[in-house]
Design a protein around this ligand. Sequence first.
Ligand code: 5GP
Ligand code: ZN
Length: 141
Amino acid sequence: MEQDCIFCKIANGHIPSATVYEDEMFRVILDLSPATKGHALVLPKRHFRNIFDIDETTASRLFVVAAKVARAMKKSLGCEGLNIVQNNEEIAGQTVFHFHLHIIPRYADDGQKILWNPGTSDPEVQKEIACKISEALDADK
Ligand code: 5GP
Ligand code: ZN
């Protein structure tokens, strides 16, 4: 746990929350300012700032939990679809600096738009970018 981290306190049960799921690694809670009905946050109990420092075990179990919760939401809330959103650093909209995954159920006429503006691509530039990333991945092996 990290001092003064609100999500450490919530994830570890020191601050009460509307919990929908809990196991030894995660707590899934309802968001305080939900985008739609059932908007939930998957919180690891260990403190990670975001995707840049999350450990492999937590990362690999995260989507198992997310998929479980997603299916339960579909069954219980009747959402037609669902968005998974995960913000990393201020530039990308992160406001709470303890890793969390948003699960946002979607309903007809829910008034939300979780979209981006599509850009354009050039095959040569794409090749260069792909090379850069895969070289960094190789260096990390
Ligand atoms: P971020 O912008 O960092 O991806 O998302 C932070 C989310 O945490 C926001 O959707 C915000 O409503 C939610 N949030 C912030 N503080 C609390 C809190 O104390 N309790 C709960 N349940 N959600 C919170
Ligand atoms: Zn924390």
